[in-house]
Design a protein around this ligand. Structure first.
Ligand code: TZP
Ligand code: MG
Length: 215
């Protein structure tokens, strides 16, 4: 089978340490993948290095089994150690050029952006994709003001590399984000906080596909 280009991803699922009531991280992420999540990030802000490495190794194995790209948030050493496909950084994290030097030309490097100016800087700096958000206020990233769908519209009109809308996105507002021009969605709590992550992902994918068809 021909390998899919990772750039064609539609639904980005990110882990959260505090969201899996009664279930394991791997079970939740496997359900997300089965439902249609086609890129996965390990994001665990409060985890120890040991916990991070343990979860990263397990997720690397899981995502490899499904042919889904695996990205590690912040911890470039963990990304390297487990053979992740790439790493994701915020505006105040390791500079893009340094990350590229360490990870090499083939790694997928993602950058969080909160304005078009930041998006274009990341693009010029050689980012492989950017996050556009938080579109709506979200408890998953406290203290960061919502950029609203205004920034989604700007990204749709101006960004040439793959970009994904993120932040407070749920099945209740996904259509609004897609109508603003997003073609890829990312969610943390809407996926991993739900009792049925596979069903949520299937529903997100259906919305994304419908928007793509212009339905
Ligand atoms: N970056 C911008 S918003 C956000 C991140 C990591 C959190 C998204 O989480 P949720 O639960 O989907 O709002
Ligand atoms: Mg970060």
């Amino acid at each position: 089978m021909e390998k899919r280009d990772w750039r064609d991803f539609k639904l980005y699922a990110i882990t959260a340490a505090n969201y899996h009531p009664g279930r394991g991280l791997l079970e939740v992420m496997e359900q997300a993948i089965l439902g249609g999540a086609d890129i996965v990030q390990l994001r665990a802000k409060d985890a120890s290095k040991e916990e991070l490495l343990r979860d990263a190794r397990a997720l690397r194995e899981l995502t490899a089994r499904y042919g889904v790209p695996f990205i590690v948030n912040d911890h470039i050493d963990v990304a390297l150690e487990v053979g992740a496909d790439g790493a994701h950084f915020g505006q105040d994290d390791m500079p893009l050029a340094e990350a590229r030097r360490i990870l090499g030309p083939d790694a997928i490097i993602g950058i969080s952006t909160h304005s078009l100016e930041q998006a274009l800087a990341a693009e010029r700096g050689g980012a492989d994709y950017i996050g556009v958000g938080p579109v709506f206020p979200t408890g998953t990233k406290p203290g960061r003001a919502a950029v609203t769908t205004a920034y989604v519209r700007e990204a749709a009109a101006n960004v040439s590399i793959p970009w994904v809308a993120i932040g407070g996105i749920t099945l209740a507002n996904a259509d609004e984000v897609l109508a603003a021009g997003a073609t890829r969605l990312c969610a943390v709590s809407a996926i991993v906080g739900d009792a049925r992550p596979a069903d949520v992902c299937r529903a997100f994918r259906a919305r994304i596909d419908a928007a793509e068809r212009g339905a």
